[in-house]
Design a binder for this molecule. Sequence first.
Ligand code: NAD
Length: 247
Amino acid sequence: MNLEGRVALVTGAAQGIGRAIALALAEAGADIAGGDVKLEQLQAVAKEIEALGRKGLALPLDVSSPDSVKAAVDKILEVFGKIDVLVNNAGITKDNLLMRMKPEDWDLVLRVNLNGAFLCTRAVLPGMVKQRYGRIINIASVVAQAGNAGQANYVASKAGIIGLTKAVAAEVGSRNITVNAVAPGFIATAMTENLPEAVRQRMLSLIPLGRMGTDHNIACGVRFLASEEASYITGHVLNINGGMYMA
Ligand code: NAD
């Protein structure tokens, strides 16, 4: 899979799955712009990208803010001249049972996880349409399809991501832009490291492959969807979940 000459924007690239995606795309030859609210960590990732012989740009980015998204995309266009690949990866959780869920926690998760993908997609599309090329990959979750108690806001945001993926895929297919989602299962990152042991064991018991996934497992799927080899795949949800949910 060769991404030489391509420029990718990866949101939430400072750690975890986003960092792994940024590195995997750089290994395949792409120059990378990473955006995150954790700028210092992101700058360290940009150095890792440069060590791979690619350009790495670290940008302050809050995907829930239209102004911040516009500023980041303008900067990438100024530095690299184009964006070929967008990975909408930034995401958060604010878990609680629905009856106890604060409206502000509902709003925040929807704003970051779903509005963020909308804003970034809207910001990069004019350039992709003009150049008649684009790859958009949205990070969903297994829970979007399977549901999960205690995560109504997160599940709704990720189900929204799948709907967004299919709608935009239908809108921009004629411009040679593909739009797909990757739905990770239970992946070992900061997001999952503080789960109570009982929950961890229950989740593991649901996974036929019997282990948590790695951020690299997810990055490999994203790299494939960004590649020429995936040029006839659009509107698809790629499950990378060890068999936890078989759609
Ligand atoms: P993580 O918490 O390690 O990383 C998330 C990154 O997003 C962080 O760097 C964080 O600073 C950044 N971020 C948060 N809010 C932001 C904002 N407003 N603007 C820009 N950046 C922001 O989590 P992760 O496990 O690497 O998750 C990455 C993606 O994968 C998320 O969308 C998550 O929902 C999804 N996912 C994770 C799992 C899992 O098991 N870890 C499973 C399914 C889906």
